[in-house]
Every structure is written in C-alpha cells, then in structure tokens.
Design a protein around this ligand. Sequence first.
Ligand code: 6GU
Length: 241
Amino acid sequence: MRIDVVSIFPAYLAALDLSLVGKARTAGLLDLRVHDLRDWTTDRHRTVDDTPAGGGAGMVMRPDVWGTALDDVLTEGATLVVPTPSGPSFTQRTAEEWATRPQLVFACGRYEGIDARVAEHYRSAGVRVEEASIGDYVLNGGEVAALVMIEAVARLLPGVLGNPESVVEESHSVAGLLEYPVYTKPPTWRDLEVPPVLMSGHHGKVARWRRDQAIERTAARRPDMVAALDVDSLDKKDRAL
Ligand code: 6GU
C-alpha cells in the first residue's frame, strides 16, 4: 500500500520511521511518502493561507496550493483523506476498510482548515474523499490525527503484525467488547496476585474468565457499547448485562 501525507509540518510525521510502521516501510510492505505543502507554493513568502471569505477569525488554507500538490500526489484509485474534527468518526471499521485501498493521501490542514472547494473538486473528479475525525476534541492541525489513522491502518496490512492472532483477538472489538485485563510474571508483585485461574493451565476456564472480564469491563466503562451489542454474538454463559 502507498500512503502520502501532505503537511506544512512534515517533521510531525517523523514518528512514522519508528516501531511497527517503520518496520513495515523497511520491509517494503508500506510505501510512505511525506511531503511539504510549501514545495507547491510559487510566491517568495511560500504562502499557504489567506483570510476567511465572509470574515471572522483565523486563516483558511488556499485551494490553489492544495490543488497543485494533490494533482501531483494522487494516483489512480487513490483515497483522499482530510482529517478534520467536523468529519465522521474514524473507527476500527474505517481502518479495516482503508487498509484495502491502493493509496491513501492525507491532506493535513492547519488554521481554520482547508478551503471547502478542495474536497468538493476531487469528489466531483471521481476521487474517493473521506473527511474523518479521531474524537470529540480539537487539535491544532491534522498531523497528529493522520499519525493515529496511519498507525491504525498500517498494523492491519498483511505481514505487518508479527502475530496476526492479536488482530483476531481484537475482532472481539468486532464482537463489540473491550479487551480483558492482561498479566505477566512475577505471580506476586507488591502483594498483588495474578488471578489464579490464569495459572491453572485450564484453557476453557481461562477463556471463560477472559470473556466475563471483557463483558464486565465493557459494562462499567462503555455502557454505550453494551447497548449496541448484537444479542446473537452473546453465548448462554455470558452474564446478564
Ligand atoms: Cl482529524 N483534526 C483536528 N484538527 N482536530 C481533531 C481531529 C482532526 N479529530 C479530532 N480532533
């Protein structure tokens, strides 16, 4: 898969050299290219913004600079992602869907955002344009949101995760539950014990305990997810919620 990021702060994306995403790049599983939007400016001051039409506070990113940049970066079949707090929510389902696309191009806006004609133009031209928010809070620009979305997508690419079972386990989050708590050695630490069932070697009991914990945790922390649970996904031994 190819991922391009266009930003006026390309240094924000340096973290993508690290960890799992960095390894995916080195292994040739991910072709990731970070671009400086100012490379497409033509004036002496490398201007990317201007005052908002209709007045008001802040600055808006100019469509002409974005247009020349995106014309250069988009390839056939590309998805243009515009991170914005006013977009629909980015979820694990979004990540799964985007992981199947040939190219994702992230257009990271700053200030009050990118002139709305940019998204409109590429949509009319037949490009898949996806505005997306990573949560109900406001960041200073799309870069950190792009980092979040890229990591969520990259770890789903074939061959990227060392252990594909950890993706399957998470599809418990497909079943709509939070993950159960995890433990390692030592068996006692500061008077706290690893739950004895996990030391029992009884795989059936361990699986049942983990599922109970996942349900309890979800009920306590995310009642909204319990309300949305598909009844058919529950087994007879699942506790009354
Ligand atoms: Cl995608 N961008 C910005 N600027 N703020 C956000 C966001 C995105 N998602 C949540 N807050």
